[in-house]
Design a binder for this molecule. Structure first.
Ligand code: F6P
Length: 395
């Protein structure tokens, strides 16, 4: 049977052929890494399109790559995929398992790829769809290296995956965080307080910047723009002198002071130059340094209070930002990427992440995605808007 590909969709290296031959295939789906709103919408989209449009058989592996290695799976029929569009989390479960470093119950760590490839072979699966972020792209490349044909879809509330305009989960998290900031406004106003709200985002500031801007925060601190606490305090004092006796500071969990950023900047090239055991030591030191930086919001709230004479309170939104039903925008994105993924599989394409690029839905080679992080450009339009509004970015 021949079917025309969807208009406006481009493939690898100059585009998909206009017509492709449909063959019945069997696919596996798994969700990996931290969960994210929109995962179920994506599972539904891949599964239903694979079954209905391409006559494929679909199974879902439980709990990410760990479940794949342990061969824990469920058969997914069209009916099983109904009613999950609006559900938060992932019906398949997830884990942060690294394919080449799987921790066993006895404490040993093994390379799980051979076993994972064997499970794929046993089920006669033609393509494995992995829903995840950068870490999942890395795992996907590792599985491709042992002959498993993998495609990924970009999910994460952090919005830090390169190669796609946006990841699903981000819009929902921005909505949740914006609502929190809206609610903090009235209590901040009543008590003439500084409200520091810590938002997720790992090492990037998309979520804090997006929600801070949408929620009308007075201060937004993101990792990409190292801050100086005195500068932030001055902006709050200036607001107080102008008659606004409260301030809201939206702070990314990875936000970093200029002082710490300078120390970090010295560590990174040193690690890059080093080899062997020294490199491993410096890598560990960097990980420890970054861990110590997380949680700095409590200290920040206290310092701002001391420097401004205003009371401060800290709210850490945490995993609330990952919970609950996805927004319509995330449902649409997950559905668009998921259905396109089924088409790419039918066309025999693998080793790619299915990405949103403007109006197009394209396949990006995994090696252009893995191991990279999409940070907020310091000249991004959201940053420029914040500056024009007089929001303090702490620099
Ligand atoms: O990557 C998504 C994310 O929510 C980050 O924003 C956050 O730093 C991390 O996951 C938290 O991970 P965990 O759920 O394992 O605590």
């Amino acid at each position: 049977m021949l079917r025309k590909t969807q208009p406006g969709r481009r493939g690898l290296g100059g585009g998909l052929r206009l017509y492709h031959r449909l063959v019945a295939k069997k696919i596996g789906i798994l969700t990996a890494g931290g969960d994210s709103p929109g995962l179920n919408a994506a599972i539904r989209a891949v599964g239903k399109a694979a079954i209905r449009a391409h006559g494929m058989t679909v199974i879902g592996f439980k709990d990410g790559f760990r479940g794949l290695m342990e061969n824990r799976y469920i058969q997914l029929e069209s009916d099983d995929l109904s009613g999950i569009l609006t559900r938060g989390g992932t019906v398949l479960g997830t884990s942060r398992t690294n394919c080449t470093k799987v921790e066993m119950p006895d404490g040993t760590v093994i390379d799980g790829r051979t076993e994972m490839a064997r499970v794929i072979e046993e089920h006669q699966i033609d393509a494995l769809v992995c829903l995840g972020g950068d870490g999942t792209a890395k795992n996907a490349i590792k599985l491709e290296s042992v002959g498993v044909q993998v495609l990924t879809l970009p999910k994460t509330i952090d919005n830090d995956v390169v190669g796609t305009d946006v990841t699903f989960g981000f819009d929902t998290a921005v909505n949740i965080a914006t609502e929190a900031i809206d609610r903090l406004h009235s209590t901040a106003h009543s008590h003439h307080r500084i409200m520091v709200v810590e938002l997720m985002g790992h090492t990037v500031g998309w979520l804090a910047l997006g929600a801070g801007l949408a929620g009308g925060a007075d201060v937004i601190l993101i990792p990409e723009i190292p801050h100086d606490v005195d500068t932030v305090a001055k902006s709050i004092v200036a607001r107080k002198e102008a008659g606004s006796t409260f301030s809201i500071a939206a702070v990314a969990e990875g936000a970093i002071s200029a002082e710490n950023a300078a120390k970090r900047a010295e560590m990174v090239p040193e690690k890059a130059k080093a080899t062997g055991e020294r490199k491993a030591t410096l890598k560990r030191a960097l990980v420890e340094f970054d861990k110590a930086n997380v949680g700095g919001t409590s200290d920040l709230a206290k310092k701002l209070s001391d420097l401004t004479g205003l009371e401060s309170r800290l709210t850490i939104l945490g995993h609330v930002q990952r919970g609950g039903t996805p927004t319509p925008a995330d449902r649409l994105l997950a559905t668009r990427l998921g259905t396109a993924c089924a088409d790419f599989i039918a066309a025999g394409i693998h080793g790619v992440m299915i990405a949103a690029r403007g109006q197009d839905t394209i396949a990006v080679p995994l090696d252009e995605v893995a191991g990279q992080t999409r940070a907020v450009p310091v000249d991004h339009s959201w940053v420029l808007s914040a500056r024009r509004l007089g929001i303090s970015l702490g620099d």
